[in-house]
Ligand binder design. Sequence first.
Ligand code: B12
Ligand code: SF4
Length: 467
Amino acid sequence: MQIDQPETILSPESLGNPEEQLKQLASERKSRKKWLLIQPVSNTCMMVDSGSVSMPLNLIMVATLACELFDVVFIDERIGDHIPKDLSEFDVVAVTSRTLNASKAYAIGDAALAQRKTVIFGGVHPTMAHDEAKEHCTSIVYGEIESVWTELATDILLGTMKPVYRAQALKPMTSMTHPNFSLALKSKKAKRYSNRIPILATKGCPVGCNFCTTPTIYGKNYRYREIDLVLDEMRYHQERLGKEKIFLSFMDDNISFRPKYFMELLEEMAKLGVRWNANISMNFLHKPEVAELAGKSGCDLMSIGFESLNPEILKTVHKGSNKLGNYKTVVSNLHKNGVAIQGYFMFGFDNDSEESFQMTYDFIMENQIEFPVFSLVTPFPGTPYFDEMKPRLRHFDWDKYDTYHYMFEPTNISGEKLLENFVKLQQEVYKGRAIMQRMKGKPFNWVWLANFMMNRFTKKLKPEIYL
Ligand code: B12
Ligand code: SF4
C-alpha cells in the first residue's frame, strides 16, 4: 500500500470549510496528480459485455469530479480499450466493479499495488464485499462518490488514504454535477457505445426487494434532481449532437417511485422531442394516464421487472410493487401508447416448478411482450437474499454472478429440469413464428433486430452453458 508524503501541512485556520480547503490544497500543488480510471470487462462467457454497451455513467461521474483537480485517463475495456501494463505515469488507479467483473478488478488492483500506486475501488461489489475487496486496493468508496468526494480528494492530495470512504449522510441530488462525457468519448473505440445517452433523475428505491443491492446500499432513501436540471442536461445533449431527437436511457433504480415527480418530468420532456427508455417498477403503471404521458414524452421502451408469474414468489422476494392482477393492464396501456416492453423474468426460485415456465410463456405470447429477458436468480453479496441462500450456493465464482448461471438447487424442481426448461422457454419465445406473433403490427426498429439476434443466439443454447 503506497502512502504519499503530504506536500502541504494545513494550518488549523484552514480547517474550516472542507471544500474550500480542498481547492486551496489543489491550487498549491506544483503539478496535478494523474488518475487512470478503469471500467473492466467481465470474464463471463455470456452476452453481457458484448455488442454495443452503454456508456458507464458510474465511472463518468467519477471522471467528472476527478478531472476538476487531477489529470484523468479513461479506459473502458468493454469497448476494447487496453489497460497499460506499465503504470508509472499514473499516481492513482481507480476501478469500478460489479460482482461479475470483480475478479478482473482485483487483478487490476493487484497489478497496480505491485507498482506502488494508490488503488481506489468503487461500485456495487467492493461496496458490498469490502472485506474481500480491501485485499486488492488501497481504499474503497462505499456507495456513491459524490457524497465522499471532498474527503477522498483531500486525502489523495495529502497522501493520507483511509481504507474505506463512507458518507455519514448522502448529498442531495440537486448538487450533482452535470456529467462530463468528454473523457469517455475520447476513445477511438467510443463508437462501440450505444447511442443511448445515460441520464439520471433519481437515486434509490424504497421498494426493498430482498435480492437487490440498492436498498442495502442506499436504504429507504429516494432522492431526485430538480426537473429543470434534468431538462438542462437533455437540452445540452440536443445541442451537442445538433438534433432534437436524441435517445436517452435513464439509469435510475426506479424512476417512477414518486408518481408526482415522474409525471411532471414527463410533461416537460414531452415538449423536448427526445426519445427515452428506463427501468421502471409497476407501482402505478396500471393507470392509463401514465402510459399515455410516457408515450407522448417519447418513451419507446420500458424495462419492467415482472420477475415471476407466481404470487408466492413475488411475496418471498418482497416485490410489493408487482401486483399480478395489474400485469395485463400495464402491458396493454403501454402498448396502446406505442411503448415497447423489455420484460425481465427470473427463474430458479424455490417455488418455481415446470408450470412457472408454461405460465411465463403464455403471458409473454398472449401479451406480445416485445423483448423478454430471462435470467436465473442470483443472490448478490451484501443482500438479505445472499445471506439467506449462502449455505445453499453452489459456488462463489464471481465471474458467474451474471444472472445467467445456475446458483442453487430450488426446492420444487431439480436443477436439471430447471435448466432444461429455461433453455426451452427462451428457444420457444424467440422462434421465428413466435417473434412474428409477438411483434405483429409493431414498427420496424431495433427491437425487431434484437429479436432476430436472440433468435440466432437462443438456437445455440444448451443447459450446460448455465453451469
Ligand atoms: C441502469 C442499470 C443497468 C443498465 C446499464 C448498466 C451500465 N452499463 O451502467 C443495464 C440495463 C444495461 C444493466 C445491465 C446489467 N445489470 Co444493472 N443496474 C443498473 C442500475 C439500476 C443503475 C446503475 C447506474 O448506472 N446507476 C447510476 C450511477 C451513476 O450510479 P452507480 O452505478 O451506483 O455509481 C456510483 C457509485 O457506485 C460510485 N462508483 C461507481 N464506480 C466507482 C468507481 C470508483 C473508482 C469510485 C471511487 C466510485 C464509484 O460512484 C458512482 C457515481 O455516484 C443498477 C442498480 C444500482 N443502483 O447500482 C443495476 C445493477 C448494477 N445491475 C445489476 C445487474 C445484475 C445487471 C446485469 C448483470 C443484468 C443482466 N442480467 O443483464 C447486467 C450487467 C451489465 C454490465 N455489463 O455490468 C446489479 C449488479 C449486482 C452486483 N452485485 O453486481 C445491480 C446493482 C442491480 C441489482 N440487482 O442489485 N444495468
Ligand atoms: S423495485 Fe427494482 S430497484 Fe427497487 S428494490 Fe426492487 S429490484 Fe431493486
